[in-house]
Each structure stands twice: as C-alpha cells, then as structure tokens.
Design a protein around this ligand. Structure first.
Ligand SMILES: [Zn+2]
Length: 306
C-alpha cells in the first residue's frame, strides 16, 4: 500500500515537468519561471500567465510584507526566476535592496507602480505613496495590465494568450467590483466607518465610500506611532459604529484597546471579524485567491456594520 503510493507519487513527479530542482529540471520546464513577492501579485500572475507560466510566491498567508525580509531561499528563488514581479510603492520595505539588485540582472517589475501617480494616495508629507492599492479594483486593474505587458515582453510568442487571459481576469474583477458596490449599499451611509489595525484600507475607503481609520500607520513597522486610542473611541461612540476589524497579518492587541475604551464609555463595539489586508488566505481555500479574499472582506464588513 505504502509502496504503491510512493510509486504513484514518483510517477506524478515524472509526469509533471520541472519536478526536480536541479538544472536539468529547469530546462525540462518550458514555462516562464516567475517569482512574485506577495500572494496578490502571484494570484494575478497565475491568472494571466495560465499554462505558459509557473509562479512562485515568497509571502504566504498571514505574512506582513512591510516587515518581511528575504531569506536565503527567497534570494535563490529570485535569482533563478526569468521574471520577478513585486507590488512596489515601498510595500516590501525590507526587501528593497534585494529587489534592486535582482532588477539589475533580470526582467523585474513593480506592478503597482504602473498606476498613474495622480490616482495614488499620498503617504504623508515628504513621504511617497500609500502602497495598499489592491483594495481598489479599478486601480488593481492597472497592475493586471502591467503583468500582461511583462509576460508579453518575456514571451512574445504567447502574447495573444496573455491578452485573452488578462481580458477574462479583468472581466471577473469588474464583476467583483460591481457586486461589492451592491453589497455595500446595504450599509447605512452614516455607518460606513472602517476602523482597522493598520492603515491598509485608504484606497478601499476612497473607492467604495468609507471613512477609514487605522490604529497603526501605513506600515506596521514600529517607526510609525500608534494613533490615539481615545480618538478612535470617540469616533466610534459619536457615530454609534457597531464594529471594528482585526487583520490577518497584524496582531489583535491594538484593536482590543479600542473595544475596551468604548466599553468604558458605555458604547458596545464588537470585533466584526478578521479582514485580509496585506496577506491573503491559505492556498487551496477560497480566501487564498484575490477574488475570495476581497469577497470575504466585503461580506465581513457588510455583516458587521449594517
Ligand atoms: Zn500594510
């Protein structure tokens, strides 16, 4: 039984190309080898690349991209790729040196930096831009187009396929955008206030009509100070907002202080659920895809605030 299973696994290994990690394995796999930093970028790349592309992502579920440092294994995955895709706008704050070095040697693109500057939200005086662009679907579509352009440059012989895949993926995203707006319409306008652990939802708020307050700044890096807990407690109490949200990649501790503070003022605030902010769910689950993650957030927000 056990041996049979082993044989089956071995067979599966030979049947698939690129199973080995040696150089021979690589040459047997004719797909474009793509390494992406975040799972949002990787998911878009998989959809656009289809059968011509093999995508490896560095950051898994629950990983905080602001603090993520490239391991030796990651550097290997970056150096062995044909194309490297990252989000950019300083999201991968601790990987900038590595990404710059990689960029000097191979085709590399910061896909969110394809969005026109005029559409980006400033990160504050003297700083650059808020990097959390994937929460506005219309903006994320610019990143999708950029990925298509990168793949077509690397494999011009398959440009038609990439174009077709990107078109289908964008149609899915546009449907998701429309559905999201319909769901949000169930929340009374005055209750559209989103209090979260860190400032990941400014684009979301701007696109879909929420006042957004994050307890921590734009990065989870400790250089950024905590916003006054009392300020948020006052806002929640004044507007009678029912719920605040925690994030999969950020500790709950900070947001609990807000819940406690409101309680002391006689206003009950619940934790409305966990939102995916900078990371997505487990691979193989619905939330492990961009669409599933977005849908989860919309459902969680709508249920808690309406
Ligand atoms: Zn973030």
């Amino acid at each position: 039984m056990k041996q049979g299973l082993m044989a089956a696994m071995l067979f599966a290994c030979f049947a698939l190309t690129g199973c080995g990690t040696d150089s021979a394995g690589k040459s047997a796999d004719h797909r474009l080898q793509v390494t992406a930093t975040t799972s949002q970028v990787a998911n878009a790349a998989e959809n656009i690349g289809g059968k011509h592309v093999k995508v490896t992502s560095l950051m898994g579920p629950g990983v905080d991209p602001h603090l993520y440092k490239a391991s030796q294994g990651d550097t290997k995955k970056l150096m062995s790729a044909d194309v490297v895709l990252y989000s950019g706008l300083h999201l991968e704050g601790k990987m900038e040196d590595v990404l710059q070095k990689v960029g000097e040697q191979k085709q590399t693109a910061a896909v969110a930096e394809a969005i026109p500057k005029s559409k980006l939200i400033s990160a504050g005086e003297g700083k650059t831009f808020d990097p959390h662009v994937w929460f506005s679907i219309p903006l994320w579509i610019y990143a999708v187009d950029e990925i298509e352009a990168q793949f077509s440059k690397a494999m011009p012989e398959h440009a038609d396929d990439f174009k077709k895949n990107a078109k289908e993926y964008k149609e899915d995203l546009q449907y998701l955008d429309k559905w999201s707006r319909q769901e949000i319409a169930h929340i009374p306008e005055k209750s559209r206030v989103l209090v979260t652990a860190h400032d990941a939802f400014a684009y979301f708020g701007k696109e879909y009509g929420f006042q957004v307050e994050g307890l921590q700044g734009l990065s989870t890096d400790s250089d950024y100070g905590l916003k006054d807990v009392q300020e948020l407690v006052d806002l929640l109490t004044e507007k009678q907002i029912k719920a605040v949200f925690v994030e999969s990649s950020v500790s709950e501790k900070s947001i609990n202080a807000v819940v406690e503070g409101a309680k002391e003022k006689g206003h009950t605030v619940t934790i409305g659920g966990q939102l995916y902010s900078d990371a997505m769910g487990e691979k193989g689950t619905k939330e492990g895809t961009y669409e599933g993650m977005f849908r989860h957030n919309i459902n969680t927000i709508t249920k808690a605030l309406k």
